[in-house]
Ligand binder design. Structure first.
Ligand code: ATP
Ligand code: MG
Length: 489
C-alpha cells in the first residue's frame, strides 16, 4: 500500500463552491461577519454599478499581514471543529472565498496591519488558465489608487478592503448589470439592518458598529419593536445544552393597526408581520434565521404576534448544524421539547392580544362584561374593556364623551355591591335578567355592524357570537342572525 496526494483541481472546485447557494445579501453579510470578528467598528460598503462595476467593503478591523492574508485566501483556512474566540462569527474557513466568488469572478483583498499594506486576488479566469491554485499577490507598487477605498485605508491604522469585480451571475439575472446592482442595493440595506441589528444597536456603546451603504448609514431594524410601549416582553427562559446556555426570550408584538409607518417597515410590512412570526435564531447576536416555528406549530393568525429570540453561542455550532452561508440552522431534538412548551405559553398570550381586538375565534373562554382582577391576593370586579361591545362603544365616542364614559365606568366599578351580591348569591336569590329575543338580536346586529366598520371579517364576528356575553346564552337568536348575514352574503 502507498498513499498519493490527490489535490482538488482548482478551477473545478472553485466552480462547484460557487453554487453553494449564496444570495447577494447573504454573501455580503458573510463578508461583514469577518469584519466584525476582526473587531471592526465601522464598515463601509460601496456598490458601484457603472463603468467598471464593483462592490467594495472596507472595515477598520485589525487587518492582516501578508502571511495572514495568504492564509485567509486559502480554501479551508481554518478547521471548522477548532475552538473559536467566543466573538468570532466564522467557522468553516471558507466564507471570504465562497461568498465572494459566488457573486463575481475576481476577489481582491487589500489589508493593512502594522502600517503595511498587502493585497491578493483570486481571479477565476486566471485559475482556469493556469489550472492551478495560483493566488495573485500584488507587489507594493502595484497597490494603486484604482482600488476603491484605498485612500481611506491609507489613513486608517489598520483594516481590510474586500473588492468584487466581474459579475457574471448578477448579469444573467437581470436586464442589465447596472439595474441589477442598483436594485440589490435596497435589499442589502434592509437585510443588513436586520441581520446585524443587535450590533448596530449594541447597549454597550463602545461595541456598537456602524454600517454605511453607498454613504447611507444603516439604522437597526428591531424585529421585536422592543421600544414600543405595546410590546409585551415575556420572561426569559434559559436552556442548557452540553453545559452551554441558550437564552430564549419571547415577545408579543402590538397589534398591526397600532403601529406607526416606521414600525410597520421594521416588522416587514403587513405581509412580513405575519410571515415573520416565530423563532429568531441568533448566533453570537448575529441573526441567522428568522420567521420559523421549525414545523412545530402552524403559522396561524393567532400566532402572528409572537416572536422569540433564541440566542446560541458559537460553541454549539455542531449540534445546530449551521450551514456555510450562516443562513440556516437545524434545531436539535433536545431543545425542541422545551421550545414547544415555550411556544404554547406564547401563543396563549398572543391569543389575548387578538381577543382584545375582538378577532379571536378559536378561544373557548367566554368574554364576560365583568372581569375579576387579582390585586395580589385580593380581588375586585371591573368592566372588561376588552369586551367587543364595550370596545366598539368606546371607539364610537369623541374625546369629551370618552372622558365622561371613563368617569361613569369608574363610578359603576367603585360602587359594585359586593356584600349584597354575596348575601343574595348565598341565599340563591339572584336571577339573571333575560333579554327579549328581539332586543338581543338587535344588539347582535349592532355589534356586527360596528365590527364591520372597523374592518373585522364577518365570519370572525359571527363565530365570536358564541363566546361573547350575553350573546353566548342565546343560541337560537345567534343562529337566526348567522343565517340572516350569511344569506345576504
Ligand atoms: N476583514 C477581515 N479582517 C481581518 N481578518 C479577516 C478578514 N476577513 C477574513 N479574515 C481572516 O481570514 C480568515 C478566513 O475568512 P473566511 O471568511 O474565509 O473564513 P472564516 O471566517 O474563518 O469562516 P467562515 O467560512 O465560517 O466564514 C478568517 O478566519 C480571518 O482570520
Ligand atoms: Mg468568514
Amino acid at each position: 500500500m502507498r498513499d498519493v496526494e490527490l489535490l482538488p483541481i482548482a478551477p473545478d472546485l472553485i466552480e462547484s463552491t460557487r453554487a453553494i447557494g449564496y444570495s447577494f445579501d447573504t454573501a455580503i453579510a458573510d463578508i461583514i461577519d469577518n469584519s466584525i470578528s476582526a473587531k471592526a467598528k465601522k464598515i463601509s460598503i460601496d456598490i458601484n454599478a457603472y463603468d467598471d462595476p464593483y462592490v467594495a467593503i472596507l472595515d477598520d478591523g485589525c487587518g492582516m499581514d501578508l502571511e495572514e492574508l495568504k492564509n485567509a485566501m486559502r480554501y479551508g483556512s481554518t478547521n471548522p471543529n477548532a475552538d473559536r474566540n467566543p466573538n468570532d462569527l466564522g467557522r468553516f474557513g471558507l466564507g471570504l472565498k465562497t461568498a465572494s466568488l459566488s457573486q463575481c469572478r475576481k476577489l481582491t483583498v487589500v489589508s493593512k496591519k502594522d502600517g503595511v499594506i498587502n493585497a491578493c486576488s483570486w481571479d477565476l479566469d486566471y485559475v482556469i488558465k493556469t489550472r492551478a491554485w495560483k493566488l495573485i499577490v500584488f507587489d507594493k507598487e502595484e497597490i494603486g489608487n484604482d482600488f476603491p477605498f484605498i485612500k481611506s485605508l491609507l489613513e486608517q491604522r489598520s483594516g481590510t478592503i474586500v473588492i468584487w469585480r466581474n459579475f457574471d451571475f448578477l448579469k444573467e439575472s437581470s436586464i442589465t448589470l447596472e439595474d441589477s446592482l442598483n436594485e440589490k442595493t435596497n435589499d442589502i440595506i434592509y437585510h443588513l439592518s436586520l441581520v446585524f441589528h443587535r450590533y448596530l444597536n449594541n447597549e454597550d456603546i463602545k461595541n456598537r458598529i456602524s454600517i454605511i451603504v453607498n454613504n447611507q448609514k444603516l439604522t437597526p431594524l428591531d424585529p421585536f419593536l422592543t421600544t414600543h410601549t405595546g410590546t409585551q416582553v415575556l420572561p426569559e427562559e434559559p436552556l442548557e445544552i452540553l453545559g452551554e446556555k441558550i437564552l430564549v426570550k419571547p415577545y408579543i408584538l402590538p397589534h398591526f393597526s397600532k403601529l406607526s409607518q416606521e414600525d410597520k417597515y421594521m416588522v416587514g410590512g403587513e405581509e412580513g408581520f405575519k410571515k415573520n412570526q416565530g423563532f429568531y435564531i441568533y448566533r453570537n447576536r448575529r441573526l441567522i434565521q428568522w420567521g420559523t416555528w421549525f414545523k412545530m406549530s402552524r403559522q396561524e393568525e393567532l400566532y402572528k404576534l409572537a416572536r422569540v429570540i433564541v440566542d446560541i453561542p458559537n460553541t454549539l455550532d455542531s449540534i445546530w448544524k449551521i450551514d456555510v452561508k450562516k443562513s440556516s440552522a437545524e434545531l436539535p431534538n433536545v431543545i425542541k421539547v422545551n421550545l414547544c412548551n415555550i411556544i404554547k405559553n406564547i401563543v396563549d398570550k398572543s391569543e389575548k392580544v387578538f381577543t382584545y381586538r375582538g378577532r379571536s375565534v378559536s378561544s373557548k373562554s367566554i368574554m364576560s362584561i365583568w372581569k375579576k382582577v387579582d390585586n395580589r391576593g385580593t380581588f375586585s370586579y371591573q368592566i372588561n374593556r376588552e369586551h367587543p361591545l364595550v370596545k366598539f362603544y368606546e371607539e364610537s365616542l369623541n374625546r369629551d364623551e370618552h372622558k365622561k364614559f371613563e368617569k361613569f365606568i369608574n363610578l359603576i366599578q367603585d360602587s359594585f355591591p359586593y356584600d349584597a351580591v354575596y348575601v343574595d348569591v348565598s341565599k340563591g336569590n339572584i336571577k339573571k335578567e333575560e333579554y327579549d329575543i328581539k332586543e338581543i338580536k338587535q344588539n347582535m346586529r349592532e355589534y356586527i355592524e360596528a365590527g364591520l366598520k372597523t374592518n373585522l371579517k364577518l365570519d370572525d364576528l359571527l363565530e365570536a357570537l358564541k363566546i361573547i356575553e350575553p350573546f353566548n346564552r342565546y343560541k337560537d337568536a345567534r343562529e337566526d342572525i348567522i343565517k340572516e348575514y350569511t344569506d345576504v352574503k
